[in-house]
Design a protein around this ligand. Structure first.
Ligand code: GCU
Length: 127
């Protein structure tokens, strides 16, 4: 079995909105982060066993400016990631990192760290 997909539009959204006015998303849409520091999407991810997994985040950034976010698991130390320009809002790229999950339910939060907010976020895949 491949990675498990968790759509952003189905996750908990703080200061953002599920939208579908650009092309190329999976599921029913994507999350448009409000253009503020601290806007976030938080997924609840189930892990059958504790340990490291690959987290792939799919995003679009139609501006020319990086939209960095801090990725935190269960409120722990965040890892900062850049989400640079993808060319336009219909063009999606993926960013991959390794995160450590505990057995059972885990909260994975991607928080915008600049006043521009985050990129548009389609989904995460865990596998
Ligand atoms: C545009 C675009 C949105 C995007 C926003 C932004 O309004 O249509 O999808 O989220 O710019 O800059 O964050």
């Amino acid at each position: 079995s491949g990675p498990v997909v968790y759509q952003a539009e189905d996750a908990t959204i703080s200061q953002g909105a599920a939208e579908s006015n650009h092309d190329g998303y999976t599921g029913t849409g994507f999350v448009n982060y409000d253009n503020v520091t601290g806007s976030y999407v938080e997924w609840t991810v189930n892990a059958p066993v504790a340990g490291p997994v690959t987290l792939e985040l799919r995003y679009a950034n139609g501006t020319t400016v990086n939209r960095p976010m801090a990725i935190a698991v269960n409120g722990g130390t965040a890892v900062n990631r850049d989400f640079n320009a993808t060319g336009n809002w219909d063009t999606w790229q993926t960013s991959t990192l390794t995160v450590n999950l505990t057995q059972g339910a885990n909260k994975i939060r991607a928080t915008a760290t600049t006043a521009n907010g985050g990129p548009n976020v389609d989904r995460i895949s865990i596998g």
